[in-house]
Design a protein around this ligand. Structure first.
Ligand code: ADP
Length: 302
């Protein structure tokens, strides 16, 4: 199966007319409780696309944690290693959405920050048996580093979504098989400003120089630029009616990982991933907008 190691958060979403100024109180709509966290989103996305997936992570011993775990479980994600931790609350994201759709987000990582390198060491056998390991950066970096070391020691393919962007060592980057930054993350990692395909290429070249093996630079509606040593190829995005691109990157990641591990065929996997990302952009929300395998195949057939 595929192992996702990462975050689970409950998103608490309210709509407001105007954001409060300092010291001010405003009234909002009812609160929406939406399961999120990049790790959980990607695990769920893999499962909806028909993959067998396990989620390694931590939630708090509270109603949110139970809900987050149950939500994955009812969608066929294996939660054997999704631990309930009494030391901290579940990861929460406080999201207010203004009348133009702009948002303000505060994240409290909570139990996500307790997922430790020792947790990963204890699961070495689980990782060794996996077809692939999928990581993001919403858990401690030391934990990500340990997971990448263990996976690469066992020749398990490693996929990294470097979000939120942070400084990554050459030793980490060189052990990752595929890295999926979006334009912002690629800029943060390289210092190269991206505004067209040429500058995207420059940033991708810099990532290869920094130790990355294979880069999938996500370009939103423009699709993705694939890069490895001496080879660059642009895969254009699908034309769709965009409603909300939240979680497009998570669906992209899930689609790529699943298709690549199934067929070991790069171009096919990237096209599949572009289709999954595009479908997600046509619907509102994060986990609520993730596509099924059938929906992706339908778009690919068109
Ligand atoms: P992230 O969601 O991680 O910020 P992107 O916004 O680049 O990353 O989106 C990830 C992928 O989702 C893109 O590479 C593309 O395949 C697809 N996608 C995103 N936005 C659109 C769009 N407006 N139209 C078509 N496909 C899209």
């Amino acid at each position: 199966s595929i192992v996702v190691i990462g975050s689970l958060n409950m998103d608490l979403v309210v709509n407001v007319e105007d954001f409060p100024k300092q010291g001010e109180t405003v009234l909002a709509s009812d609160t929406l409780f939406v399961p999120g966290g990049k790790g959980a989103n990607q695990a769920l996305a893999i499962s909806l696309l028909g993959g067998q997936v396990s989620m390694i992570g931590r939630v708090g011993q509270d109603a949110f944690g139970r809900a987050l775990k149950e939500n994955l479980q009812k969608n066929n994600v294996d939660v054997t290693y999704t631990y309930i931790d009494e030391r901290r609350n579940s990861g929460l994201a406080f999201i207010s959405v203004g009348k133009n759709g702009d948002n303000r987000i505060i994240v409290s990582p909570g139990a996500n920050s307790l997922l430790s390198p020792e947790d990963i060491e204890a699961l070495e056998e689980v990782i060794a048996k996996a077809k692939g390991v999928v990581l993001q950066l919403e858990i401690p970096l030391a934990t990500v580093e340990r997971a990448v070391e263990i996976a690469s020691k066992h020749n398990v393919k490693v996929f990294l979504d470097p979000a939120p962007a942070q400084v990554l060592s050459r030793s980490l980057l060189s052990k990752v098989d595929f890295i999926f930054p979006n334009e912002n993350e690629a800029m943060e990692l390289t210092g190269v400003e991206i505004y067209d395909l040429e500058t995207a290429k420059t940033a991708a070249a810099k990532l290869l120089e920094m130790g990355c093996q294979q880069v999938l630079l996500k370009l939103g509606a423009k699709g993705v630029l694939f890069a490895r040593e001496n080879y660059y190829h642009h895969f254009p995005g699908f034309e769709v009616e965009v409603v909300d691109t939240t979680a497009a990157g998570d669906a992209f990641c899930a689609g790529f990982v699943l298709s690549y591990l199934e067929h070991q065929e790069l171009a096919g996997a990237i096209t599949y991933a572009n289709a999954a990302g595009a479908l997600t952009s046509t619907r509102l929300g994060a986990q609520s907008s993730l596509p099924t395998r059938e929906e992706v195949l339908n778009l690919l057939d068109k």
